[in-house]
Design a protein around this ligand. Structure first.
Ligand SMILES: Nc1ncnc2c1ncn2[C@@H]1O[C@H](COP(=O)(O)OP(=O)(O)OP(=O)(O)O)[C@@H](O)[C@H]1O
Ligand SMILES: [Mg+2]
Length: 264
């Protein structure tokens, strides 16, 4: 497998007046092409900071980051990275078909698989995959929060970027919608063969979605352990009822708690 992203000795220190906040330190991680990997940890452990560094939205203070053999900023400029925020960032004056097609207009190019050229039809296809085929002409304010987030995710997939970065994309949604969208996201990922780096506070969500869970610990943020999730795919709701799933969630939580204890 080709390495998609590699981080070596990555740290980020913020300066607040005279005070320095070490948000991240000594992060070494290699993410494989096509992998679903999750950054999991408590509030303030540097998950968003790490994701922003990979996205090229911020620059590390120490260490190196390579995205497809390039810098994150260059990979981002060549539209190789799609960013899906916590709440949908759709343009309010455009309908969702136009919203989802927007980046494909800017980004009319062969994707990394070398074959597909993105077009508004791709956007319609992905919107249908997330169950929004009947709402193509609706503006964001005419949709529910869950539908907006589905449209936002569809836009990310329609962009054709091989790498998707998602920072707690479901955290503002109710539990039922969240449960449905997790499975929808897995279906999209399996169909479109992206590499996904996903941030969450939820051990269940991390285990359900991921090939590997990166458990982080705070002050300063660092990787505590990377856990392989060797549960079968495709993942379904039935899986969450099994002892294997429960045991994996417990394992991930245990690592998190031991990180907290070690911190005191
Ligand atoms: N722009 C900034 N300026 C100063 N400090 C910052 C900045 N961004 C983040 N920090 C600090 O860096 C640390 C990590 O923040 P970060 O947002 O990455 O955490 P997180 O794991 O995403 O938390 P949450 O789960 O609450 O979203 C925190 O102590 C935060 O206060
Ligand atoms: Mg965050």
């Amino acid at each position: 497998m080709t390495d998609t992203i590699s981080l070596s000795g990555v740290g980020r220190t913020y300066t607040r007046g005279k005070k320095e906040v070490q948000a991240l330190t000594g992060v070494d991680l290699t993410i494989r092409q096509g992998e679903f990997i999750t950054l999991f940890g408590p509030s303030g452990c540097g998950k968003s900071t790490l994701l922003r560094l990979i996205a090229g939205l911020d620059t590390q203070t120490t260490g190196e980051i390579s995205v497809f053999g390039s810098t994150p900023k260059k990979a981002s400029a060549s539209k190789d990275i799609a960013w899906i925020p916590q709440s949908s960032a759709l343009l309010p004056w455009l309908d969702i078909k136009a919203n989802a097609s927007l980046s494909s207009v800017i980004n009319k190019r062969a994707d990394r698989s070398g074959s597909t050229t993105r077009s508004p039809e791709d956007a319609v296809g992905v919107l249908s995959e997330v169950g929004l085929a009947d709402f193509l002409g609706s503006r964001p304010d005419q949709l529910s929060g869950g539908m907006r987030q589905r449209a936002s995710i569809a836009r990310g997939f329609a962009q054709g970027a091989p790498l998707m970065l998602m920072d707690e994309p479901f955290s503002a949604l109710d539990e039922l919608t969240r449960d449905t969208l997790r499975i929808r996201l897995l279906e999209l990922w399996e169909h479109h063969k992206k590499t996904i780096v996903f941030v969450t506070h939820s051990a269940q969500e991390a285990v359900l979605l991921s090939d590997r869970v990166v458990v982080m610990s705070p002050r300063p943020g660092r990787i505590k352990e990377v856990v392989d999730v060797d549960l079968p795919r495709p993942r379904t709701w039935e899986l969450t009822e099994t002892p294997e799933f429960t045991a994996k969630v417990a394992e991930v939580k245990q690592i998190l708690w031991s990180a907290w204890e070690g911190d005191e």
